[in-house]
Write a protein that binds this ligand. Structure first.
Ligand SMILES: [Zn+2]
Length: 126
């Protein structure tokens, strides 16, 4: 699974290589990768016609059109061009999407490639 995610992320034709995997009961159900704004999934319909959002982050891509449960786990990982794991902490925009999805546990790779776990239980939506 990680090879597949890494392969997609490293071939995303982008300067940043980030992948997100949504896990349910230890099974991966969605892979998301960050992509250029021309990615069809980044297309938004506006009153003046279709426009592309700035770019689509891996976390948002993984959660797009997906029904999530509070027991799902989102893993975010980022690679350098030479394939080393590096910091992939979700940005504030993705965190909003993640919180809104109800997911309580997010894991991301740190600067040295180790996993860091983030628990969202204590955060109130109100
Ligand atoms: Zn983001």
């Amino acid at each position: 699974m990680y090879y597949k995610a890494k392969d997609q992320a490293l071939n995303n034709d982008h300067d940043y290589h980030i992948a997100a995997i949504l896990w349910r009961k230890k099974s991966p159900i969605r892979i998301g990768v960050n992509s250029k704004k021309t990615h069809p999934a980044a297309r938004r319909q506006y009153s003046c016609g279709p426009r592309f959002v700035h770019h689509l982050h891996a976390e948002m891509h993984a959660l797009l059109n997906t029904d999530t449960t509070k027991n799902d786990v989102l893993e975010v990982m980022r690679w350098t061009k030479d394939g080393q794991r590096t910091m992939s902490k979700p940005c504030e925009h993705c965190m909003k999407v993640i919180r809104a999805s109800g997911i309580k546990k997010v894991r991301y790779t740190d600067w040295d490639g180790t996993w860091t776990e983030m628990n969202l239980c204590a955060i109130s939506m109100r």
